[in-house]
Each structure stands twice: as C-alpha cells, then as structure tokens.
Design a protein around this ligand. Structure first.
Ligand SMILES: [Ca+2]
Ligand SMILES: [Ca+2]
Ligand SMILES: [Ca+2]
Length: 304
C-alpha cells in the first residue's frame, strides 16, 4: 500500500478510534491531595504529606507540580531533598525525581515511574487501587510570618505537568482532541509511477492530484476524573498547644494543660493558644482536641 494512502486512511480512521472520555465529575478515578499541615516559623525539616486515591487503575507513573503561593514565607527544601519517599507508595519506584522547576525553590516538579528500567531483571509493580495512601512527602522551610501576632496560611497549589499513567502507558482520564487540517496537493515529480514531491496548492485556483486530510492528536487531563486537591501550610510563630515552649507538642504539654484546667484552676496561659473550637477560652473540649492529636489521628488547631 502506498504510504500516502495509508496515511490518509490512518488520519481518517484514527479519530474514530478515540473514544471521548465521558464526564463523571462526581466520581473521580484518581485524587491527589496536599494535606493541610501546621509548621513553626523560621524552621526547616518540615514535611507535607501528599496522598493518593486510585479507584480503578493501577498507577505505573505520575507527575505533578506543587507550588508555594507565598515563597517569601515557604520554600521547598531542595538542599535536603525536596521529596521524601521513605515508607511511601513510591518508595520502591525505579525512577523518582524532584525538580526545582522555576529555579527558586518555590515549586517542586515531582515525577516517578514504577518500572522505569524494564531490563534490570526486576519488575517493579505500580500502585494497585487503594485509598488515601501516602504518595510522597515534600520537605519545606519556613520564614517568620510578616504579621508576628498571628499565624499565616500559605496555600500549596497543584499545577501542570499533572498526570497519571496506567501500566500500558496510557494517561488516566485524558481527553484527546483531534485537530484536522485539509491539504490540496499536486505532484511535481513522478518517479516510476510514484510521486516524489507533493506541493500544496489553492484548490480554488488550481487543479490538484489528491486531497490529504491531516490530523494530529493532543490531550489534556480531565480534572473531574483526575482531581487535584490543593492544600496549605499554616505557619505559626509559636506552636499552638506548646505550653512549656520547647518547640514541640508532646505529653509534657498535655500534663501542663491538665494541670491548669483541673489543679491550678484558671492558670492556663493565654499563649500559646490551643483553642480548638475558637471560643476564646481553654476548656475540656480543647483538651480533648489535644489528646486526639497526640494519641489518635488529629491535628493542631489551624487558626489562632
Ligand atoms: Ca525494572
Ligand atoms: Ca512542648
Ligand atoms: Ca476553646
């Protein structure tokens, strides 16, 4: 078959093979979440967890950019390795890279492929369907908040390149657009019955030997099917609930809290705030919040 004919057939048939992704905006296939986190001002060694839910597909590779909305307060820590995959779903992936995409540590471009080297004698599987697994942690550093009296939240935004591949290398939740263009051509040089040189002509003013329909495909991720959930870091000058001021919240702070609530009644300090329900008093409800944070799956209060 002539190459030209094959090309024409392919360019007509190919769009028909591309099944459009129908929208189920309420049932995403993949969700990537930046989890809200609290950090102290002017510190390094902080981590924010990025979690992944993949409902149907095994994920063999993915990429995303996480950008700090306020790099003067929060930057990613490329000196110590911006991505920490220890104990994460990507921990055994053969290729993992965290790129300083803008060169100023304001954003991380994270890329990973499970079985990046197919010839190393070891098949590294992707991530089978699961919920809320830790995909990777990102390290960041903080500066002091501008307003020293209150905490400040720095949004972390998920941006492109953003996408996920299944084990066959196909993008998950990718819409494909077809761009079609039509050319009218004459042959200017025949070699043994086959055309050597085709030239485009204007069909209104010239005869033509053939019509060429050229199509090219371009794709984009449907964020209804592959959903990014942005997050943020609340930066405190003083750590909430750090009653003894040792820059960490632990059982010693719980003891201080219990003491001020039940033994030296009314001696709870106004700072640091540990006011979970934001009612401007410290009481047993706030103590419960701290207990949940220390022993179960809770967080520190996220507003002053
Ligand atoms: Ca391999
Ligand atoms: Ca403490
Ligand atoms: Ca309270």
């Amino acid at each position: 078959m002539h190459r030209e004919v094959l090309r024409i057939i392919l360019s007509v048939v190919l769009p028909l093979l591309v099944t459009p992704v129908t929208g189920h905006a309420d049932v995403p296939l993949v969700v990537l979440t930046i989890n809200d986190t609290t950090a102290l001002a002017d510190t390094y060694g902080n981590r924010v967890h990025i979690t992944l839910t993949n409902v149907i597909d095994t994920i063999a590779g993915f990429e995303f950019v996480a950008r700090s909305d306020n790099p003067s307060l929060l930057k990613f820590d490329f000196k110590n390795g911006a991505a920490d995959t220890a104990g994460a779903l990507t921990g055994r992936f053969e290729y993992v890279e965290a790129i300083d995409i803008y060169g100023d540590s304001s954003a991380v471009w994270f890329r990973c492929i499970a079985n990046a080297n197919p010839n190393d004698g070891h098949h590294t599987p992707g991530i089978p369907p699961q919920q809320d697994g830790l995909a990777v942690s990102l390290r960041f550093t903080t500066r002091a908040p501008v307003d020293s009296l209150s905490a400040q939240r720095v949004p972390l935004i998920i941006e492109s390149p953003f996408g996920f591949s299944d084990p066959t290398g196909h993008g998950i939740g990718v819409h494909t657009d077809t761009i079609v263009d039509t050319f009218y051509q004459v042959c200017t040089s025949w070699v043994e019955g086959s055309c050597d040189t085709w030239v485009n002509v204007d069909p209104d003013s010239s005869d033509f030997d053939r019509i060429l329909i050229d199509s090219s495909l371009s794709g984009y991720v449907d964020t209804g099917l592959v959903r990014p959930i942005h997050g943020g870091i609340t930066i405190w000058n003083d750590l909430p609930c750090d009653f003894d001021g040792d820059k960490s919240v632990d059982i010693g702070d719980l003891t201080d809290f219990i003491t001020c609530l039940f033994i030296d009644f009314g001696t709870c300090p106004l700072e640091p705030l540990c006011d979970y329900d934001a009612d401007d008093t410290l009481d047993i409800g706030d103590l419960t919040g701290l207990i949940v944070y220390l022993f179960l799956e809770g967080s520190l209060p996220d507003s002053p």
